[in-house]
Design a protein around this ligand. Structure first.
Ligand code: ARG
Length: 464
């Protein structure tokens, strides 16, 4: 069957039959990579400007191309562009449309480039923009964490290790632990921006080009720091996509831990925090239920972010160098990873805003489980000059005794305490109080309220 000219793809000249219908559907990436339209048109315009400047194409043709590209951009933004599977991907859909609009002059646009450097240029530009959006969302979340923390520097809760009551901490200090994680996430994403800051455009298929192109010009105009230095690496490299997915996976992991903490703290067994009804759902059968679905989605979707990273690493692992079609699927992975993480960040932000800690319950729980036993040891070391191990042994005995008597440590009388170490004095009772314990942790990074207040000031400045 003869292929009708109208339906022909740009590379169809050597082909005797049309592409299999099923492969056309499965192999086309247009439904995914149409998200690159802005970057593709932008990069094509810059490329064309360079071709004119270098006198590789005529200014007349070049201007036609640029104005055609601008028309296409408008069409797409107005929703008047029909993307076609038969033209495979965003690059060929746009080129085909350019022919329709400006005629044969469109044929000059693809001089001195290939889809291989084109796609990686578009993709880098997209990841750059999207990384900035993720950083913005992380910032918003960090602001909410600061705001919530400011209100609860004095709220004492049990810090847990192994999910067992360990030592008293401030709820604000707990929240700010996540602030630190997000700070690292932000840095990770920012580092990625530095790493990807090289323009691949002009690497062409894989070996570079014999035209006198100006890669410094295109690199600068596209907003990159410099052109890449090896044409083969340029079209093969997907490190920047992996870096994006890795940073996303780590960020999602942090938010998953936060979500898990909140789910536990909100459980009927703990009752340390409650969510506003905006962030809860009901049960279709049990009328009493209010379930923390958003937190569960944050936790669950981390699996999606991990999956995307794993998939791309696996696609890359056995790939001979330069371009192969395997690489086409990199985009859906990154787009999905981005969409998932962005939603997760938005949900986490709403979640933080919606929580109310139950101060009384927190304090009550901080008082359970002998959480100031370490403070007793420290007191014996500091005030009575025992070695830590000696003090630890005495403390253990005191805890055993308190357990037997069903008393809290600060409910033991001085006489009872003296049975374990004669020289214990009345100072010790203050030491065993959970709030005092919390506020005694004045070492750098410790949970004392005075520390937290200082940190809050510093964090606020950093966020501005
Ligand atoms: N749609 C392709 C992709 O996303 C563009 C590059 C095509 N290059 C090629 N040599 N077939 O990877």
């Amino acid at each position: 069957m003869k292929i009708k000219n109208k339906n022909k793809t740009v590379w169809s000249k050597r082909f005797k039959s049309q592409t299999s219908k099923s492969f056309q559907r499965i192999g086309a990436s247009i439904n995914t990579d149409k998200r690159l339209y802005k970057q593709d048109i932008f990069a094509s315009k810059i490329h064309t400007q360079m071709l004119i400047k270098q006198k590789i194409i005529s200014a007349k043709d070049g201007k036609k191309i640029i104005s055609g590209l601008e028309k296409i951009l408008k069409k797409i933004e107005k929703g008047n562009f029909s993307f076609k599977e038969k033209y495979e991907d965003i690059h060929l859909n746009i080129e085909k449309k350019l022919f329709e609009i400006i005629g044969p002059a469109a044929g000059h646009m693809h001089t001195a480039r290939s889809r291989n450097d084109q796609v990686v240029t578009d993709f880098k530009l997209w990841i750059k923009d999207s990384t900035k959006e993720i950083i913005h969302q992380i910032n918003e979340l960090m602001k909410s964490i600061l705001k919530k923390s400011e209100k609860y520097t004095d709220a004492t809760m049990p810090g847990l290790t192994h999910l067992k009551n360990a030592q008293p901490i401030s709820f604000a200090h707990y929240l700010l632990a996540y602030f630190e994680m997000l700070k690292r996430d932000k840095k990770r994403f920012k580092n990625n921006l530095i790493l990807l800051d090289e323009s691949p455009l002009g690497s062409a298929a894989l070996s570079g080009t014999s035209y006198k192109i100006d890669r410094n010009f295109t690199s600068k105009k596209l907003g990159f720091k410099k052109p890449t230095d090896n044409s083969i690496d340029s079209v093969s490299d997907r490190d920047f996509a992996i870096d994006f997915l890795y940073a996303s996976a780590v960020c999602a992991m942090h938010l998953s831990r936060l979500a898990e903490d909140f789910i536990i703290m909100n459980s009927d067994a703990y009752q340390l925090i409650s969510f506003s009804d905006r962030m809860l759902t009901g049960s279709s059968i049990m009328p009493q239920k209010k379930n923390p679905d958003p937190a569960e989605l944050i936790r669950g979707r981390t699996g999606i972010n991990y999956g995307k990273l794993n998939s791309l690493l696996t696609i890359m692992k056995g790939l001979p160098i330069s371009y192969f079609k395997d690489l086409q699927d990199d985009k859906s992975l990154v787009f999905d990873g981005y969409d998932t993480l962005k939603d997760t960040l938005i949900m986490a932000n709403e979640l933080i805003k919606s929580i109310t800690p139950n101060r009384n319950r927190m304090l009550k729980m901080a008082n359970e489980g002998y959480t100031t036993a370490t403070d007793l040891s420290d007191y014996l070391v500091r005030e009575k000059k025992l070695s830590f191990r000696e003090a630890y042994n005495i403390s253990s005995k005191v805890v055993n005794y308190a357990e037997k008597k069903s008393k809290k440590l600060d409910q033991l009388s001085l006489n009872e305490l003296k049975k374990f170490f004669k020289e214990i004095d009345s100072k010790v009772q203050k030491i065993l109080n959970v709030k005092n314990s919390m506020n005694s942790k004045i070492s750098h990074g410790g949970t004392a309220e005075q520390n937290i207040k200082k940190m809050l000031k510093k964090y606020k400045k950093e966020l501005k």
